[in-house]
Design a binder for this molecule. Sequence first.
Ligand SMILES: Cc1ncc(COP(=O)(O)O)c(C=O)c1O
Length: 293
Amino acid sequence: MTKTLIFKQTHGKLWFDGKFVDCNEAKISVQTHGLHYGSCVFEGERAYGGEIFKSRTHTDRLINSCKLLGFELPYSATEFERAKQELRQMSGIEQAYVRPVAWRGSEQLGVSASGNTIHAAIAIWEMDTYFSDKMKGIRLDIADWRRPPAVCAPVKAKAAGLYMICTLSKDAAARAGYNDAMMMDYEGRIAECTGAHIFFVRDGELHTPSAEWILDGITRATVMEIAQVRGLTVHERHIMPDELPRFSECFIVGSAVEITPVNEIKGTYFTPGEVSRQMIEDYDTLIHGKALV
Ligand SMILES: Cc1ncc(COP(=O)(O)O)c(C=O)c1O
Protein backbone atom coordinates (compact mmCIF):
# COMPACT_ATOMS: atom_id res chain seq x y z
CA MET A 1 0.00 0.00 0.00
CA THR A 2 2.86 2.41 0.78
CA LYS A 3 4.71 3.17 -2.42
CA THR A 4 8.48 3.17 -2.42
CA LEU A 5 9.11 6.89 -2.52
CA ILE A 6 12.52 8.45 -2.37
CA PHE A 7 11.92 10.94 0.40
CA LYS A 8 14.92 13.09 -0.37
CA GLN A 9 16.33 15.37 -3.03
CA THR A 10 18.99 13.47 -4.97
CA HIS A 11 19.88 15.87 -7.77
CA GLY A 12 19.53 19.48 -8.88
CA LYS A 13 19.75 22.65 -6.83
CA LEU A 14 18.43 23.33 -3.38
CA TRP A 15 18.26 26.71 -1.68
CA PHE A 16 20.74 27.09 1.17
CA ASP A 17 21.29 30.27 3.19
CA GLY A 18 20.13 32.51 0.38
CA LYS A 19 21.89 30.77 -2.53
CA PHE A 20 21.01 28.02 -4.97
CA VAL A 21 23.49 25.18 -4.45
CA ASP A 22 23.84 21.69 -5.94
CA CYS A 23 22.09 19.46 -3.38
CA ASN A 24 25.11 17.17 -3.10
CA GLU A 25 27.43 20.13 -2.46
CA ALA A 26 25.38 21.72 0.35
CA LYS A 27 27.29 20.88 3.54
CA ILE A 28 26.89 21.71 7.24
CA SER A 29 29.20 21.15 10.19
CA VAL A 30 29.08 17.98 12.29
CA GLN A 31 29.08 20.38 15.26
CA THR A 32 25.73 21.90 14.36
CA HIS A 33 23.51 22.78 17.32
CA GLY A 34 20.41 21.73 15.39
CA LEU A 35 21.84 18.23 15.08
CA HIS A 36 23.03 17.80 18.68
CA TYR A 37 20.24 19.58 20.56
CA GLY A 38 17.30 19.48 18.17
CA SER A 39 17.15 23.26 17.65
CA CYS A 40 15.68 22.72 14.23
CA VAL A 41 12.24 23.28 12.68
CA PHE A 42 10.87 22.35 9.30
CA GLU A 43 7.87 22.25 6.97
CA GLY A 44 6.45 19.68 4.59
CA GLU A 45 4.60 21.08 1.59
CA ARG A 46 3.48 19.95 -1.82
CA ALA A 47 3.23 21.59 -5.22
CA TYR A 48 0.53 20.51 -7.65
CA GLY A 49 0.81 21.59 -11.27
CA GLY A 50 3.72 23.81 -10.21
CA GLU A 51 1.79 25.68 -7.48
CA ILE A 52 2.75 25.11 -3.85
CA PHE A 53 -0.49 24.54 -1.97
CA LYS A 54 -0.98 27.01 0.92
CA SER A 55 2.66 28.04 0.59
CA ARG A 56 2.36 31.23 2.64
CA THR A 57 0.56 29.41 5.47
CA HIS A 58 3.47 26.95 5.64
CA THR A 59 5.98 29.83 5.68
CA ASP A 60 4.08 31.56 8.48
CA ARG A 61 4.07 28.32 10.49
CA LEU A 62 7.82 27.91 9.93
CA ILE A 63 8.47 31.45 11.18
CA ASN A 64 6.30 30.74 14.22
CA SER A 65 8.08 27.42 14.88
CA CYS A 66 11.41 29.30 14.91
CA LYS A 67 10.00 31.77 17.45
CA LEU A 68 8.72 28.94 19.63
CA LEU A 69 12.25 27.52 19.70
CA GLY A 70 13.63 30.92 20.66
CA PHE A 71 15.17 32.09 17.39
CA GLU A 72 14.23 34.20 14.36
CA LEU A 73 14.20 33.02 10.78
CA PRO A 74 16.68 35.43 9.15
CA TYR A 75 14.33 36.01 6.19
CA SER A 76 11.00 37.75 5.92
CA ALA A 77 8.00 35.69 4.87
CA THR A 78 8.09 37.47 1.49
CA GLU A 79 11.78 36.64 0.94
CA PHE A 80 11.24 33.04 1.96
CA GLU A 81 8.22 32.74 -0.32
CA ARG A 82 10.30 34.09 -3.22
CA ALA A 83 13.02 31.54 -2.51
CA LYS A 84 10.48 28.71 -2.57
CA GLN A 85 8.87 29.89 -5.80
CA GLU A 86 12.25 30.36 -7.54
CA LEU A 87 13.43 26.95 -6.42
CA ARG A 88 10.22 25.33 -7.65
CA GLN A 89 10.56 27.03 -11.03
CA MET A 90 14.26 26.17 -11.30
CA SER A 91 13.56 22.51 -10.51
CA GLY A 92 10.91 22.27 -13.22
CA ILE A 93 9.08 19.76 -10.97
CA GLU A 94 5.31 20.09 -11.21
CA GLN A 95 4.28 17.52 -8.58
CA ALA A 96 6.74 18.30 -5.82
CA TYR A 97 7.41 17.82 -2.16
CA VAL A 98 9.00 20.94 -0.66
CA ARG A 99 11.02 20.73 2.57
CA PRO A 100 12.03 24.03 4.19
CA VAL A 101 14.20 23.70 7.30
CA ALA A 102 15.81 26.19 9.73
CA TRP A 103 18.32 25.45 12.47
CA ARG A 104 20.88 26.84 14.90
CA GLY A 105 24.42 26.67 13.55
CA SER A 106 27.77 25.53 14.89
CA GLU A 107 29.45 28.44 16.70
CA GLN A 108 28.74 26.95 20.14
CA LEU A 109 27.81 23.44 21.11
CA GLY A 110 26.48 24.05 24.61
CA VAL A 111 22.86 23.56 25.64
CA SER A 112 22.46 27.32 25.38
CA ALA A 113 23.66 28.73 22.08
CA SER A 114 21.54 31.82 21.72
CA GLY A 115 24.24 33.61 19.72
CA ASN A 116 24.57 30.91 17.08
CA THR A 117 23.88 31.82 13.47
CA ILE A 118 20.50 30.69 12.16
CA HIS A 119 20.58 28.79 8.88
CA ALA A 120 17.81 27.86 6.49
CA ALA A 121 17.46 25.63 3.47
CA ILE A 122 14.76 24.43 1.11
CA ALA A 123 14.91 21.08 -0.68
CA ILE A 124 12.52 19.91 -3.39
CA TRP A 125 11.86 16.58 -5.02
CA GLU A 126 9.29 14.81 -7.12
CA MET A 127 6.38 13.41 -5.10
CA ASP A 128 3.50 11.22 -6.17
CA THR A 129 0.57 10.13 -3.99
CA TYR A 130 1.88 8.59 -0.77
CA PHE A 131 -0.52 5.62 -0.62
CA SER A 132 -1.88 3.90 -3.71
CA ASP A 133 -5.54 2.70 -4.01
CA LYS A 134 -6.61 5.25 -1.43
CA MET A 135 -10.17 3.96 -1.03
CA LYS A 136 -8.86 0.56 0.12
CA GLY A 137 -7.75 2.31 3.28
CA ILE A 138 -4.62 1.89 5.33
CA ARG A 139 -3.97 0.02 8.58
CA LEU A 140 -2.93 1.89 11.73
CA ASP A 141 -1.19 0.50 14.78
CA ILE A 142 -1.57 2.22 18.16
CA ALA A 143 1.74 3.72 19.25
CA ASP A 144 3.25 3.00 22.66
CA TRP A 145 4.69 6.53 22.72
CA ARG A 146 2.36 9.36 23.70
CA ARG A 147 2.30 12.99 22.57
CA PRO A 148 3.61 15.32 25.28
CA PRO A 149 1.48 18.05 26.86
CA ALA A 150 2.22 21.73 26.19
CA VAL A 151 3.94 22.05 29.59
CA CYS A 152 6.55 19.45 28.52
CA ALA A 153 7.43 20.56 24.98
CA PRO A 154 6.73 23.34 22.46
CA VAL A 155 4.01 21.21 20.87
CA LYS A 156 2.85 23.89 18.42
CA ALA A 157 6.28 24.05 16.78
CA LYS A 158 6.98 21.74 13.87
CA ALA A 159 10.23 20.97 15.62
CA ALA A 160 12.57 18.17 14.60
CA GLY A 161 12.95 16.99 18.21
CA LEU A 162 9.25 16.22 18.52
CA TYR A 163 9.60 13.69 15.71
CA MET A 164 11.82 11.32 17.68
CA ILE A 165 8.73 9.53 19.07
CA CYS A 166 7.07 9.65 15.64
CA THR A 167 9.99 7.84 14.02
CA LEU A 168 10.04 5.23 16.81
CA SER A 169 6.28 4.74 16.47
CA LYS A 170 6.19 4.61 12.69
CA ASP A 171 9.06 2.11 12.56
CA ALA A 172 7.42 -0.10 15.23
CA ALA A 173 4.15 0.00 13.26
CA ALA A 174 5.92 -0.95 10.04
CA ARG A 175 7.63 -3.91 11.78
CA ALA A 176 4.19 -5.08 12.96
CA GLY A 177 2.85 -4.86 9.39
CA TYR A 178 0.92 -1.58 9.67
CA ASN A 179 1.17 1.50 7.46
CA ASP A 180 1.38 4.02 10.30
CA ALA A 181 0.57 4.46 13.99
CA MET A 182 -2.08 6.47 15.77
CA MET A 183 -0.66 8.26 18.80
CA MET A 184 -2.46 9.06 22.06
CA ASP A 185 -1.82 12.15 24.10
CA TYR A 186 -0.29 11.98 27.57
CA GLU A 187 -3.73 11.27 29.07
CA GLY A 188 -4.59 8.45 26.68
CA ARG A 189 -6.86 10.45 24.38
CA ILE A 190 -6.52 10.05 20.62
CA ALA A 191 -4.11 12.73 19.36
CA GLU A 192 -2.78 12.30 15.82
CA CYS A 193 -0.68 10.02 13.63
CA THR A 194 3.09 10.21 13.18
CA GLY A 195 2.77 12.72 10.33
CA ALA A 196 -0.95 13.37 9.94
CA HIS A 197 -4.13 14.31 11.79
CA ILE A 198 -7.10 12.01 12.14
CA PHE A 199 -10.86 12.35 11.54
CA PHE A 200 -13.71 9.96 12.29
CA VAL A 201 -17.24 9.80 10.88
CA ARG A 202 -20.41 8.93 12.78
CA ASP A 203 -23.94 9.48 11.43
CA GLY A 204 -22.58 11.76 8.70
CA GLU A 205 -20.75 14.06 11.14
CA LEU A 206 -16.99 14.49 11.60
CA HIS A 207 -15.16 14.04 14.89
CA THR A 208 -11.53 15.01 15.35
CA PRO A 209 -9.26 15.44 18.39
CA SER A 210 -9.17 19.01 19.68
CA ALA A 211 -6.04 20.91 18.71
CA GLU A 212 -4.77 21.94 22.16
CA TRP A 213 -1.66 19.75 22.16
CA ILE A 214 -1.17 18.90 18.51
CA LEU A 215 0.31 20.65 15.53
CA ASP A 216 -1.94 23.29 13.94
CA GLY A 217 -2.51 21.28 10.80
CA ILE A 218 -2.86 23.01 7.47
CA THR A 219 -4.67 20.05 5.91
CA ARG A 220 -6.83 19.72 9.05
CA ALA A 221 -7.90 23.35 8.49
CA THR A 222 -8.59 22.59 4.81
CA VAL A 223 -10.80 19.65 5.83
CA MET A 224 -12.72 22.03 8.11
CA GLU A 225 -13.19 24.41 5.14
CA ILE A 226 -14.50 21.56 3.00
CA ALA A 227 -16.81 20.41 5.80
CA GLN A 228 -18.25 23.89 6.06
CA VAL A 229 -18.95 24.08 2.32
CA ARG A 230 -20.52 20.60 2.38
CA GLY A 231 -22.60 21.37 5.48
CA LEU A 232 -20.85 18.69 7.56
CA THR A 233 -20.77 19.27 11.29
CA VAL A 234 -17.28 18.92 12.80
CA HIS A 235 -16.87 18.04 16.47
CA GLU A 236 -13.42 19.02 17.78
CA ARG A 237 -13.23 17.27 21.11
CA HIS A 238 -11.44 14.79 23.32
CA ILE A 239 -11.85 11.28 21.90
CA MET A 240 -10.98 8.17 23.88
CA PRO A 241 -9.94 4.98 22.07
CA ASP A 242 -12.91 3.01 23.46
CA GLU A 243 -15.10 5.09 21.12
CA LEU A 244 -13.42 3.67 18.02
CA PRO A 245 -16.00 0.90 17.34
CA ARG A 246 -18.75 3.53 17.22
CA PHE A 247 -17.28 5.29 14.15
CA SER A 248 -18.12 4.13 10.63
CA GLU A 249 -15.31 5.84 8.66
CA CYS A 250 -11.89 7.17 9.53
CA PHE A 251 -9.32 9.08 7.48
CA ILE A 252 -5.97 10.72 8.14
CA VAL A 253 -5.00 14.09 6.71
CA GLY A 254 -1.71 15.86 6.12
CA SER A 255 0.30 17.63 3.44
CA ALA A 256 2.17 14.41 2.65
CA VAL A 257 -0.63 11.82 3.02
CA GLU A 258 -3.30 14.22 1.69
CA ILE A 259 -6.65 12.57 2.59
CA THR A 260 -6.16 8.86 3.18
CA PRO A 261 -8.94 6.57 4.44
CA VAL A 262 -8.21 4.06 7.21
CA ASN A 263 -9.71 0.58 7.24
CA GLU A 264 -8.27 -0.67 10.51
CA ILE A 265 -6.91 0.71 13.76
CA LYS A 266 -5.35 -2.28 15.50
CA GLY A 267 -8.33 -4.63 15.35
CA THR A 268 -11.12 -2.06 14.93
CA TYR A 269 -12.38 -1.92 11.37
CA PHE A 270 -13.84 0.91 9.29
CA THR A 271 -15.31 0.97 5.79
CA PRO A 272 -14.05 3.90 3.72
CA GLY A 273 -17.30 5.35 2.40
CA GLU A 274 -19.03 8.35 0.92
CA VAL A 275 -17.68 10.98 3.35
CA SER A 276 -14.07 9.89 2.73
CA ARG A 277 -14.63 9.70 -1.02
CA GLN A 278 -16.15 13.20 -1.16
CA MET A 279 -13.35 14.57 1.04
CA ILE A 280 -10.68 13.13 -1.30
CA GLU A 281 -12.46 14.58 -4.33
CA ASP A 282 -12.89 18.02 -2.75
CA TYR A 283 -9.31 18.13 -1.50
CA ASP A 284 -8.13 17.25 -5.00
CA THR A 285 -10.20 20.15 -6.37
CA LEU A 286 -8.69 22.63 -3.90
CA ILE A 287 -5.06 21.57 -4.32
CA HIS A 288 -5.44 22.09 -8.05
CA GLY A 289 -6.48 25.69 -7.43
CA LYS A 290 -10.17 25.22 -8.27
CA ALA A 291 -13.18 26.19 -6.20
CA LEU A 292 -15.62 23.69 -4.75
CA VAL A 293 -18.98 23.54 -6.51
C1 LIG B 1 2.82 15.05 13.60
C2 LIG B 1 2.07 15.65 12.47
N1 LIG B 1 0.74 15.82 12.59
C3 LIG B 1 0.02 16.34 11.59
C4 LIG B 1 0.59 16.72 10.40
C5 LIG B 1 -0.24 17.29 9.30
O1 LIG B 1 -0.01 18.66 9.21
P1 LIG B 1 -0.19 19.44 7.84
O2 LIG B 1 -1.58 19.18 7.40
O3 LIG B 1 0.01 20.86 8.22
O4 LIG B 1 0.80 18.92 6.88
C6 LIG B 1 1.96 16.56 10.23
C7 LIG B 1 2.62 16.96 8.98
O5 LIG B 1 3.25 17.97 8.95
C8 LIG B 1 2.71 16.03 11.29
O6 LIG B 1 4.03 15.85 11.16
